[in-house]
Design a protein around this ligand. Structure first.
Ligand SMILES: Cc1cc2nc3c(=O)[nH]c(=O)nc-3n(C[C@H](O)[C@H](O)[C@H](O)COP(=O)(O)O)c2cc1C
Length: 198
């Protein structure tokens, strides 16, 4: 890949919220996770933890996704135009038929600053977003599950993990993944006020 192609890839990435029913092979999901963990992390602690959900478990998650919608719908109703609001509501009810959901957790330990731990996991999440793109997959990173964090932890069974019981495991987001079934317009970006040169 040359320089132009690399920047084009970054520009091309967009959140996908409608997927084909076809299920990507497990090998491809393993590969994108292999890409995710190439990310840098504070003290190289590799403190990301991923929980991959598909099949029946994925279907069971829909009722949690619907519940998470209730926590954010009022804010979105004020921010989105009605057609986009309706689309988003449908997305939360169906997750766009995405066959895979990957939940990203951070293992926060006292030997690292809290925000460094969180940031490290998000570095891996962005790698995962880009790996999806090169694999011909689409994805949408979702903070919405945080609305019902404890319920999601229970649902995934991470509450039995020793690091959870030590109060060190924190859900950060879910990434829904599948083959894209729409081509949304690029959400505009602004440089103004975002970058300060001294
Ligand atoms: C941390 C994080 C949380 C997000 N949470 C949600 C979400 O809960 N639901 C959703 O539909 N999109 C969610 N998004 C996607 C953003 O809405 C999207 O990235 C943004 O509008 C820019 O669009 P683009 O990704 O297509 O460039 C989230 C993105 C990030 C990085």
């Amino acid at each position: 890949m040359n320089k132009e192609e690399f920047y084009k890839l970054l520009e091309q990435r967009r959140s996908i919220r409608k997927f084909k029913k076809e299920v990507p092979p497990k090998k491809v999901i393993e590969r994108i996770l292999g890409g995710a963990i190439q990310a840098p992390s504070g003290k190289n602690r590799q403190n990301w933890r991923f929980v991959v959900v598909s099949g029946e478990k994925r279907d069971q998650y829909l009722k949690y996704s619907q519940k998470s919608w209730l926590g954010i719908k009022d804010i979105l109703q004020k921010r989105l135009k009605p057609s986009l609001y309706d689309f988003t509501e449908r997305f939360f009810y169906t997750l766009g038929d995405a066959p895979y959901i990957i939940f990203a957790y951070s293992h926060n330990t006292p030997d690292e600053r809290y925000h460094t731990s969180i940031g490290s996991v998000y570095m891996a999440v962005e790698n995962l977003n880009l790996a999806c793109l090169v694999e011909g997959l689409g994805c949408c990173t979702m903070g919405a599950p945080l609305e019902i964090k404890e319920e999601v932890d229970q649902f995934l069974g991470v509450t039995a993990w020793p690091e959870y019981q030590a109060g060190e495991l924190e859900l950060l987001c879910a990434i829904v993944i599948g083959y894209p079934d729409h081509e949304p317009p690029k959400a505009p970006r602004q440089m103004e006020g975002r970058i300060h040169w001294l």
